[in-house]
Design a protein around this ligand. Structure first.
Ligand code: ADP
Ligand code: MG
Length: 226
């Protein structure tokens, strides 16, 4: 199992007041699955994604990522697990504006201690894989939204993670670019990458094998909109 959550709760504390966000979440995602998560704004989608991605920790309940118990790990161990297992894609791309496409994609490898020559070669290959082999030296401002998201996908995948987490990956894109991104995701999933994607567009969610709904902090399978 890639993701296994049992009775997970998450609250935030603001001004000494507890703000409950997620309640009794049970979620299992098998290796190789492609799952979408839908829900209204403020329902806790990003909170859940941050916990899945080990960027935040649950208040209660258990979470196993790729068989490893996340709750028992130190920050250092968590960032190691995250770097080796997960790629992230966000709505607003989160590219560094002063770095070229190639440099943006190579960055995770730099943090991973990979040498310069290998970094450049792997980043170039990752950009070629997303159809941007002719845009290596372009800066983010010189790229369209869809191209920026493809750079972000190349950056997410350059370390060959088993799990790709995407929070509204088409939220800032026009329909045609969104479709291209979904085609890339489908290709990655075909190659064995597990994908969990948040969206509030039903047409985008439909690309996944399975759609889950989050409402008032609780997760349910199927039955969207009811
Ligand atoms: P979604 O992604 O579904 O729009 P979020 O997960 O971002 O929702 O937020 C869910 C709820 O948790 C919101 O009511 C939000 O105000 C609250 N929340 C999110 N992050 C924090 C935080 N750091 N501190 C306090 N409340 C938060
Ligand atoms: Mg969100």
């Amino acid at each position: 199992m890639m993701i296994e959550m049992q009775h997970l709760d998450k609250s935030y504390w603001a001004d000494k007041t507890e703000v409950p966000v997620l309640h009794d979440i049970c979620l299992s995602v098998e290796e190789g699955e492609y799952v979408s998560i839908m829900g209204p704004s403020g329902s806790g989608k990003s909170t859940l994604m941050n916990i899945i991605g080990c960027l935040d920790v649950p208040s209660a309940g258990s979470y196993l990522l790729n068989g490893e118990s996340v709750g028992e790990k130190s920050d250092k161990e968590l960032s190691k697990l995250r770097n080796s297992t997960i790629g992230f894609v966000f709505q607003n791309f989160n590219l560094l504006p002063r770095e070229t496409a190639l440099e943006n994609v190579a960055l995770p490898l730099l943090y991973g201690g990979v040498g310069r020559k290998e970094r450049t070669e792997r980043a170039r290959q990752a950009l070629e894989d997303v159809g941007l082999g002719d845009r290596l030296t372009f800066f983010p401002t010189q790229l369209s939204g869809g191209q920026k998201q493809r750079v972000a996908i190349a950056r997410a995948m350059v370390g060959k993670p088993k799990l790709l987490l995407a929070d509204e990956p088409t939220g800032a894109l026009d329909t045609a670019s969104g479709k291209q991104i979904m085609e890339l995701f489908r290709e990655l999933n075909k190659q064995g990458v597990t994908i969990v994607m948040i969206t509030h567009e039903p047409e985008i969610a439909a690309y996944a094998d399975r759609t889950l709904y989050i409402r008032d902090g609780q997760l349910s399978e199927g039955g969207g909109g009811r």
